[in-house]
Design a protein around this ligand. Structure first.
Ligand code: EPZ
Length: 433
C-alpha cells in the first residue's frame, strides 16, 4: 500500500506553526554520535523517515537509539561493527556519511556504494578522494566501498572540486581523529555543515573556519563524550511554509526559525514584490499576497538560493505576473516536478538546466506524483493554492522523508488535506474528498 494526499485547494492558512529540527543537520550528527561514547540526548530531531532509517543503521552497528517525546533521541553505547547493511543504506544517500566516523573510530569502514537518485547521479568521488588524501586505501568490493587506514588517518590539505555538503562533513568527521592538521578548501558553508562542526567541537574537536570555504581541523587522540546537543531549525521546512503563507495565507506565523539561514529566500521574495513579511528574532509573520511578479532565480551552494527550495519557488513563480527563469546549478536533474506542474496548468518549458516559467492566473487540481522529497512538498503547495482537488501520490515514499505528518500540520492551519492509502498500481481515484 502507498499513501497519497487529497487536497481541496483555496482554503486560507492561518495560525502558528513551529518549525522542527533540520533533518539535513540531524542525519550527519546522528552519524557523528558514533564518536560519542557517552549517553547522548539529541534534541530537535523529528521522527521523519530519514532520521528513523539512520537510527536503524546505528542500531545495526551496535548503538542503542530510542526516539523520545518532544523530538528527542537518546543514543548510547559504542559501535561494534564497521559494515553498514545494503538494505538500509540503499534507502538514503546520507548514510554514506557514516564512512567518516566509522573510519575514524575503527580505522576501517565498509558502506554500500550509494546509487544514483532521481534528482541526479550524485557521485561520491569527492568523499573518496578526501579519505584517500587522509591516507585511507579505498577499494570497491561486491558493491561496497571499503576504506582502510590500519595505521590511522593523517591530516592533509584537501581541495574539493565542488563545495559538496556531504563530502565536507564526511571528511570533517574523519579528520577530527586524524594525526595532525587537515585543511578543507572549497568547503561547503551550509548551516548544516556548521551545526555538525559545532557538535564535534562540543566533544572537544578542534575546528576553525566553519561557515567559510576553508575549514581547519587539528586532529585529536580522542574526543570527550557529551550528553546533550540541540539541532538547528529546518530552514527548508521553514521556507516551504513561508512560500505557502504568501500564496494562500491569511496570517501565518512561522516560529522557531533562524532568519539568518533564509536570507537568500527573503531577498528573492522581496524582488518578486513581497513586502508583507515581518521578520523577527526567531519567527516570520506572513500575510497572503494577491499579486507578485516574475523574477530570475539561480540555485547555488549556501549562501546562495537553496536547491531544496527550488521546486517550491517554482510553484510560487508559476503564479507570478510575467515571466520567470530558474537556473538549477546544483543537481543535473532536479526539474522532475515540472511535468507534474504542467498537469495543474502551469506554463513551464525546460532547456537543460534552465526553466522558463510563464506566470498563469491560476492552477487547477489534478492527480500528480511526488518524485522526490522537495518536489513532493512543492506539489502540496500547488494543491493548496489550486482550484479544485489535487491528489499527490507517493507521499509516504518521498514527503514523509523530511516532513512529519505534513497533512496534520496543514489541517491545523486551516487547509483541507487528508492522507489516504491506496494500492500500488491503482493510482488515481475519482478525486473526491
Ligand atoms: C545535501 O546533499 C543535502 N542532503 C541535500 O538535501 C541538498 O540538496 C544538497 O546537500 C545540496 O544542498 C543532506 O544534507 C542529507 P552535495 P549532498 O554533496 O551532500 C556533486 C533534500 O531534499 N557531488 O553538496 O548529497 C553532486 O552530484 C536533499 O533534503 C559530486 O560531484 O549534496 C551535486 O551535483 C536532497 N561528487 C553537488 O555536488 C561528490 O563526491 C552537490 O552535492 C559529491 C557531490
Amino acid at each position: 500500500m502507498r499513501d497519497k494526499f487529497i487536497i481541496e485547494g483555496r482554503h486560507k492558512l492561518k495560525g502558528e506553526i513551529d518549525i522542527w529540527g533540520s533533518k539535513n543537520a540531524s542525519l550527519p550528527i546522528m552519524a557523528a554520535s558514533l564518536l560519542n561514547s557517552g549517553d547522548l540526548i539529541l534534541d530537535n530531531v523529528p521522527p521523519v523517515k530519514d532520521n528513523l532509517t539512520m537510527a536503524e543503521i546505528l542500531r545495526y552497528l551496535g548503538l542503542s537509539v530510542e526516539f523520545l517525546e518532544g523530538d528527542k533521541v537518546h543514543i548510547k553505547g559504542e559501535p561494534k561493527g564497521y559494515r553498514a547493511p545494503y538494505e538500509l543504506v540503499s534507502r538514503m544517500r546520507a548514510s554514506f556519511e557514516l564512512m567518516g566516523p566509522l573510519l575514524a573510530y575503527f580505522g576501517e569502514a565498509e558502506i554500500p556504494y550509494p546509487g544514483g537518485c532521481r534528482i541526479g547521479l550524485r557521485p561520491v568521488d569527492l568523499h573518496i578522494k578526501g579519505f584517500e588524501s587522509l591516507g585511507a586505501e579505498i577499494t570497491v568490493d561486491k558493491g561496497f566501498v571499503c576504506a582502510r587506514a590500519k595505521k590511522g588517518l593523517k591530516g592533509a590539505k584537501i581541495h574539493l572540486d565542488k563545495p559538496s555538503v556531504g563530502a565536507t562533513r564526511n571528511i570533517m568527521m574523519a579528520a577530527v581523529l586524524a594525526q595532525g592538521e587537515t585543511i578543507i578548501e572549497n568547503a561547503a558553508c551550509e548551516p548544516e555543515v556548521v551545526d555538525l562542526g559545532n557538535f564535534l567541537k562540543s566533544m572537544g574537536a578542534e575546528i576553525e573556519g566553519l561557515g567559510t570555504s576553508t575549514i581547519y581541523i587539528k586532529g585529536k587522540k580522542e574526543l570527550k563524550p557529551i550528553d546533550y546537543y540541540k539541532i538547528i531549525p529546518d530552514r527548508i521546512a521553514a521556507g516551504t511554509f513561508i512560500i505557502a503563507g504568501i500564496m494562500i495565507g491569511k496570517d501565518l506565523v512561522i516560529k522557531n526559525i533562524e532568519p539568518e539561514h533564509l536570507q537568500s529566500l527573503f531577498i528573492k521574495l522581496k524582488e518578486a514584490g513581497v513586502n508583507s513579511l515581518q521578520i523577527r528574532d526567531r519567527e516570520v509573520r506572513v500575510k497572503g499576497e494577491k499579486v507578485w511578479k516574475g523574477i530570475e532565480v539561480t540555485t547555488m551552494p549556501y549562501p546562495g538560493f537553496p536547491t531544496d527550495l527550488q521546486p517550491q519557488m517554482m510553484v510560487f513563480l508559476s503564479l507570478a505576473q510575467g515571466t520567470s527563469l530558474i537556473v538549477e546549478t546544483v543537481f543535473e536533474n532536479r526539474f522532475l516536478h515540472v511535468g507534474e506542474l504542467l498537469r495543474l496548468g502551469a506554463k513551464i518549458s525546460i532547456d537543460g538546466r534552465t526553466a522558463l516559467i510563464q506566470g498563469v492566473e491560476k492552477l487547477k487540481g489534478a492527480p500528480v506524483e511526488a518524485t522526490d522529497l522537495r518536489a513532493g512538498a512543492a506539489l502540496v503547495l500547488a494543491g493548496l493554492v489550486a482550484e479544485g482537488v489535487t491528489e499527490v501520490l507517493d507521499v509516504d515514499e518521498h514527503i514523509d522523508r523530511g516532513y512529519v505528518a505534513l497533512e496534520e500540520k496543514l489541517s491545523a492551519l486551516g487547509a483541507n488535506i487528508k492522507r489516504v492509502s491506496y494500492e500500488e498500481g491503482k493510482k488515481v481515484s475519482d478525486l473526491s474528498l
